[in-house]
Write a protein that binds this ligand. Structure first.
Ligand SMILES: [Zn+2]
Length: 100
């Protein structure tokens, strides 16, 4: 398996996150998609044995829901994104980012 990691992350003017990878590939991920795919337990739920917890999705989106407040790197394998509505529990590993 190849090891991909971002060499540059930046926010574009059309509300996407542009990710430049070590293999020169550039991905542009719309912030809406990034937020909708937030991998944290609150957003994605989790499976416990015999039971799965599915978070309730409300159609209402808080102000700043799709806006990034800041991005921090987590070790050398992921970034954590803080959104302007205060949500900051999503950790996006390189793997997840690459798939988006
Ligand atoms: Zn989340």
């Amino acid at each position: 398996m190849e090891n991909f990691y971002p060499v540059q992350l930046k926010k574009t003017e059309n509300n996407s996150l542009s990710v430049k990878w070590n293999d020169e590939k550039v991905s542009e991920i719309p912030l809406t998609k990034l937020r909708d795919e937030c991998p944290c337990v609150n957003c994605k739920g989790e499976s416990v044995i015999f039971e799965s917890y599915i978070p309730i999705k409300t159609p209402f989106k808080a102000a700043g829901f799709y806006e990034i407040d800041k991005i921090e790197t987590v070790g050398n394998y992921a970034i954590s994104i803080k959104w302007k509505d205060g949500h900051d529990t999503g950790i996006y590993s390189w793997d997840i980012l690459r798939k988006l």
